[in-house]
Write a protein of this length. Structure first.
Length: 69
C-alpha cells in the first residue's frame, strides 16, 4: 500500500495522523512522511534527523489537536 492509500484509509477510519512534505530545497523535494499520534511513521524525508524532528513536531501538534500551516 502506498502512502496516499494509507492516508486515505486513515481518513476513512478517522485515524489521527499528519503528513509532511518537503516543498523546496536542494534535494528530496516531494519526499513525504506520514506520522501517527503514537510516533509511528511511514515514508522518509531522506534525512534521519529531519524525520525525527518532523515526527516529534507532528505528535506535539496532534496532541494539541491543531494543525500548523
Amino acid at each position: 500500500m502506498n502512502l496516499f492509500d494509507e492516508l486515505k484509509r486513515n481518513l476513512a477510519n478517522e485515524t489521527l495522523c499528519a503528513v509532511a512534505t518537503i516543498v523546496s530545497g536542494n534535494q528530496n523535494v516531494g519526499a513525504k512522511i506520514l506520522v501517527y499520534a503514537d510516533g509511528a511513521t511511514r515514508g522518509d524525508l531522506g534525512d534521519a534527523a529531519l524525520n525525527a524532528r518532523v515526527s516529534r513536531d507532528a505528535q506535539e501538534l496532534m496532541r494539541a489537536e491543531m494543525s500548523e500551516n
